[in-house]
Write a protein of this length. Structure first.
Length: 163
């Protein structure tokens, strides 16, 4: 009687290693470029598929252990352990990402709104005339500006229109 492999013998191990590598890369990339943090969902999905297929194969081994080889069972168990570790790692990574968004998301939104206000203010001021343009410099007299010292710290500039 020949010993067969379990249905998820290579599959659960391959999915476990692949999701582990993708999980590590997504963590490293999310440090450098934060939108890559959403890639942490991908290893979670891959490892869940590998974990479910490993459990199904081990269930079929428990039903008929004489049909399948012992090395195939050990490979599927190893794949199940790797997938379980990646599932825990991915859930922890997603929780950290959610906590980060909840705690710092409001400050990022405030910074974005302030940047939009500055951009809007600069765009609205481009249409107004500046008194330091070349055409206005000729019309300003020396008598047009009077500087009065109100306190030691501040200066007040009064202007009079020239005739």
């Amino acid at each position: 009687m020949s010993q067969n492999k379990l249905p998820a013998d290579p599959l659960s191990m391959i999915l476990g290693i692949m999701s582990l590598l993708i999980g590590i890369c997504s963590c490293c990339c999310s440090i450098v470029f934060f939108p890559f943090a959403f890639i942490a969902i991908l290893p979670l999905l891959i490892s869940i598929i590998g974990f479910i297929s490993a459990n199904r194969s081990l269930r079929s081994y428990r039903i008929n252990p004489e049909i399948y080889s012992e090395s195939s069972k050990n490979n599927v168990r190893t794949g199940r352990v790797i997938n379980g570790i990646v599932i825990l790692f991915s859930i922890l990574s997603l929780l950290v990402m959610i906590i980060f968004f909840v705690s710092y998301g409001n400050s990022f939104l405030d910074a974005y709104n302030q940047a939009e206000e500055v951009r809007f203010f600069e765009e609205s001021n481009q249409n107004t005339e500046d008194i330091y343009d070349n055409e206005h410099v000729d019309t300003i007299n020396d008598e047009a500006l009077h500087i009065k010292e109100t306190t030691l710290d501040t200066l007040t500039i009064d202007s009079k229109e020239g005739e």
